[in-house]
Design a protein around this ligand. Structure first.
Ligand code: ADP
Length: 320
C-alpha cells in the first residue's frame, strides 16, 4: 500500500486545515496510508511525523491556522538538511508528499521532486501571489476579514469626518488591496504593481469632501512604501483632512475559512490525491475559471504574477 505525507509550510492561511482534512480523507478512501509531517520541512528533517486517521482530521474544517503547524526552515535549504529530509522520507517509507504552502514551499517541493520524490503542491497563502492559479487557499477569507475591518473603520471614520488608510498584507502582490478595495468601495487603492500619486489621492479626497462625503477609505498594500505613517501625514498635511492609519497585520492570516476557501481547499486536495493515484509527480494544483487544474511545478513558478487590469480600472471608475 502506498504511503503519502502531507505538510503545511511557510506562512499559514485559513483553509489549510480544510486541505489537510481532504487530503487525509481522500487518501484513506482510496486505500492509501497517510502521515502528517509537522512544522513543514523542519519537521520533515527531524522526523516529526505521525500517522493520520479519519478521526485525526475531525472537527478542523472550520478552523483557521494549521493543525500540522508550520515553519520556515533554513536547514532544508542546505545540502545537509536536505539530505537529512531525504533520509527521513526513506526511513518512514513515504512514497509521495503533498505540500501546502506558497511559492517558497513550492521551490522546496520542486527540489524534492528533482531528487526523485513524488510531490504535489497545493497553493496555501492569503497573498494570491501565484500566477498559475486564479485563487489561492486563504485569499477569500483574508479579503473578507479586510472587508469587515473596512466596515468598522468606516463607521468611526464617518462620525469624525476623517480619512483612513488601511494597510493590508500581500507582500509584493496587490490582490488583497485590490479585491477588498473593490468590495469595500474604497476611494483609492494603492498597490505595488502600479504607480501612485499622493497629489491625485489628495485631489480625490478634497473633491469628495466638497461633495459632502463624510469619510474616505484608502487601501494601501504593504510593499508599496516603507513607512505608511508618512503617507498618512503627507495626505493630512496636503488636504487638511485628519487622516488615520490602521495596519491590519496578522488578523488577516487567521479566522474561520469562508465557504469559498473550504470548497477550494477540498477540491484541490481531492485533485492532488487523484494525481498521486495516477503516479503523477512534480505538479501543482490550481483553479482556472471554475475548473481545478494541475501544472508542472517548475513551469508554474516561472509565470509572472500580474495585477488584473480590468478589475483595477473598474475599481477606479467606481470610486469616482
Ligand atoms: P511560503 O511558502 O509561504 O512562500 P517561504 O518563502 O518562507 O514561505 O518558504 C517556506 C519554506 O520553503 C522555507 O522556509 C524553506 O524551508 C523552503 N524553501 C523556500 N525556498 C526554497 C528553495 N529555493 N529551495 C528549497 N527550499 C526552499
Amino acid at each position: 500500500m502506498k504511503k503519502i505525507g502531507v505538510l503545511t509550510s511557510g506562512g499559514d492561511s485559513p483553509g489549510m486545515n480544510a486541505a489537510i482534512r481532504a487530503v487525509v480523507r481522500a487518501a484513506i478512501y482510496n486505500d492509501l496510508k497517510v502521515v502528517g509531517i509537522k512544522r513543514g520541512y523542519e519537521g520533515l528533517i527531524n522526523g516529526d511525523i505521525e500517522n493520520m486517521s479519519l478521526s485525526s482530521v475531525a472537527d478542523i474544517i472550520h478552523r483557521g491556522g494549521t493543525m500540522l503547524r508550520t515553519a520556515r526552515s533554513e536547514d532544508f535549504k542546505t545540502e545537509k538538511g536536505f539530505s537529512k529530509a531525504l533520509n527521513v522520507i526513506n526511513i518512514f517509507g513515504i512514497d509521495g508528499i503533498v505540500v501546502i504552502g506558497g511559492d517558497g514551499s513550492f521551490r522546496g517541493a520542486e527540489k524534492l521532486s528533482q531528487a526523485g520524490i513524488s510531490t504535489i503542491g497545493l497553493p496555501g497563502t492569503i497573498d494570491n501571489d501565484l500566477a498559475y492559479t486564479d485563487y489561492t487557499i486563504g485569499f477569500d477569507t483574508a479579503i473578507n476579514t479586510v472587508l469587515n475591518a473596512i466596515s468598522n473603520i468606516r463607521d468611526t471614520s464617518t462620525s469624525h469626518g476623517r480619512a483612513n488608510i488601511i494597510e493590508v498584507m500581500g507582500r509584493h502582490c496587490g490582490d488583497i488591496a485590490l479585491y477588498a478595495g473593490l468590495a469595500g468601495g474604497a476611494e483609492s487603492i494603492i498597490v505595488p504593481e502600479e504607480e501612485f500619486s499622493i497629489d491625485e489621492i489628495c485631489k480625490r479626497l478634497i473633491q469628495g469632501r466638497n461633495r459632502g462625503k463624510l469619510h474616505s477609505i484608502i487601501l494601501l498594500a504593504e510593499g508599496v512604501v516603507k513607512n505608511s505613517y508618512e503617507v498618512a501625514s503627507e495626505i493630512e498635511e496636503k488636504t487638511g483632512i485628519e487622516t488615520k492609519l490602521t495596519i491590519l497585520g496578522h488578523i488577516q492570516r487567521g479566522g474561520s475559512p469562508t465557504a469559498f476557501d473550504r470548497i477550494l481547499a477540498s477540491r484541490m486536495a481531492g485533485k492532488a490525491v487523484e494525481l498521486i493515484l495516477d503516479n503523477k509527480s512534480s505538479r501543482v494544483i490550481g483553479i482556472k475559471g471554475n475548473e481545478i487544474i494541475d501544472m508542472d511545478i517548475s513551469e508554474a513558478l516561472t509565470i509572472e504574477k500580474k495585477l488584473n487590469q480590468d478589475i483595477y480600472r473598474l475599481a477606479k471608475v467606481l470610486s469616482i
